[in-house]
Design a binder for this molecule. Structure first.
Ligand SMILES: [Zn+2]
Length: 265
């Protein structure tokens, strides 16, 4: 066996390893146990080494390079701290090695605008007259996309638990719309927006999101476009490999976040 890659992060190493295993290449991860006993060593001094049989090195590199060519949206989201890696307790109580911090999407408007420009490009060929965003995450994004496409904008919000179009908007010119959302996890919010628009005789032509976390399960009956698909594994605490590694657990957003239907797997 020879080392073909080194990782500071267990999750990344495990991801690369499982990708190779799926492709029939045997792997070994070195230093995992050492790092679990002494996490302080992680970094330049001690890294997890991914090994494969020497005869399969080329194939393994090929597979990992393909996976490695991170898409620009993912690169940006990581740079903005919107995609975090570590050991997280989700609002569902399950544990995960990755967390999407939605609010970071909006903290740097120039990054958000860049992502919106990519969404607008995807939506350019659709015959729509308005872009609709669900509160709160979708509002700024839908507004920016509408602006870029030269279309009108409205937003939906929950009122007494019911998804509604914010009162006061003039809906006379709103017939065919695109829904723009930040992250689709279960797709529940988008379904609700869809239903509320249908009741008004408004047709949803297309749904677009920055990130699809549904694992391909979201199906709105219209084209669903996204910049990035993230399949984030999560585990019950007693089956969590990161707990087994002894990595400290983080509860992101626990201070101010009420459990929302669209934030947990
Ligand atoms: Zn855990």
């Amino acid at each position: 066996m020879i080392t073909i890659a080194k990782f500071e992060n267990f999750f990344e190493a495990e991801l690369a390893s499982s990708l190779l295993l799926e492709n029939g290449i045997a792997t070994e991860l070195l230093n995992v146990r050492m790092l679990s006993m002494a996490p302080g060593l992680a970094g330049q001094r001690l890294q997890i080494e991914l090994q494969v049989p020497a005869s399969q090195k080329e194939m393994a590199l090929l597979i990992l390079n393909i996976q490695d060519s991170i898409n620009p949206a993912e690169e940006l989201l990581r740079a903005e701290g919107a995609i975090l890696e570590g050991h997280f307790q989700l609002t569902s109580g399950r544990h995960s090695g990755m967390y999407v911090e939605k609010i970071r999407l909006l903290q740097n408007p120039s990054a958000a605008k860049e992502l919106c420009a990519q969404l607008a490009t995807l939506l350019a060929d659709y015959d729509i007259d308005c872009v609709v965003g669900p509160a709160y995450g979708g509002i700024a994004l839908a507004f920016e996309v509408a602006s870029l496409l030269g279309k009108s904008f409205v937003f939906c919000q929950r009122k007494d638990g019911q998804m509604t179009i914010r009162s006061g908007f003039d809906l006379n010119g709103v017939k065919r719309v695109a829904i723009v959302e930040d992250i689709v996890t279960t797709g529940g919010s988008v379904e609700e927006v869809n239903a509320c628009l249908s009741q008004r005789g408004i047709t949803v032509e297309v749904v677009a999101a920055l990130v699809d976390r549904s694992g391909g399960k979201a199906d709105f009956g219209v084209p669903f476009l996204n910049l990035l698909q993230l399949d984030i594994p999560s585990w019950e605490p007693d089956q969590c490999p990161l707990c087994a590694q002894g990595l400290p657990l983080v509860k992101p957003g626990s201070s101010d976040k009420a459990p929302a239907p669209d934030t947990t797997p």
